[in-house]
Design a protein around this ligand. Structure first.
Ligand code: ZN
Ligand code: ZN
Length: 208
């Protein structure tokens, strides 16, 4: 059994992201899981923590309504395909991790990583026209495989009982003593008796 979101919603998510790709497909499916399982569908009570900043996050923002600007999307820079959703109305939530077994099948079929080498050639613009076509076909097949899979096969899901992050506190702004720009106090650095923003701190630190 494949995806259950409407074609129209999926088309709009692709439009928002700017292209279609396997990463976006993962984001579409994990959003579908959040919508079906705990009702995160543009509700203000949705909360999401993403452990990656890859393409998938655009689908999450578009389809679940959890966005950086609203403050109910938090990025943890861990480089994992992990997505935690929480509904603050019902106090239900889960963490979904993209199932590595799903990927591993690809590795078994392609032990020399020919796919990776081909994609690199396309990125470096050294691929022939046939190779570009081959890469496009493979990408389309990977997307179809993700869209057609059972959600149970795609993600390892673990229930959570409490919100994954504390509500944002209102923080004061302090002036950087080097560039004079205003900075949220939690982002200030102290150096040589001065309160500095991160770029000014980095500059001074590198001079020492
Ligand atoms: Zn993408
Ligand atoms: Zn500064």
């Amino acid at each position: 059994m494949g995806y259950t979101l409407s074609e129209e919603k999926i088309e709009k998510a692709i439009e928002f992201h700017g292209h279609t790709c396997p990463g976006l497909a993962i984001g579409i499916r994990v959003s579908e899981l959040a919508i079906n399982r705990i009702g995160i569908d543009q509700t203000a009570s949705g909360l999401c923590v993403v452990e990656t900043d890859m393409c998938a996050v655009d689908a999450v923002q578009f389809l679940t309504g959890c966005t950086f600007g609203k403050g109910n999307l938090v990025h943890r820079d861990w480089g994992k395909a992990g997505f935690t959703f929480f509904n603050r109305d019902t106090q239900k939530g889960f963490r979904a991790l993209f199932n590595n077994d799903f990927r591993r099948n690809d590795e078994k079929e392609d032990p020399d990583n020919n796919t990776g080498k081909l994609m690199q050639k396309v990125a470096d613009k050294t691929a022939t026209r046939d190779e570009v076509q081959q890469a496009e076909d493979m990408k389309a097949a990977a997307i179809a495989r993700i869209m057609d899979a059972d959600l149970d096969d795609l993600f390892l899901v673990e229930e959570i009982k409490a919100p994954p992050v504390k509500p944002a506190r209102i923080l004061a702004s302090i002036q950087c003593q080097s560039c004079s720009e205003m900075v949220m106090e939690s982002r200030m650095r102290r150096f040589d008796g001065q309160d500095l923003c991160i770029p000014c701190f980095t500059k001074k630190e590198q001079k020492v």
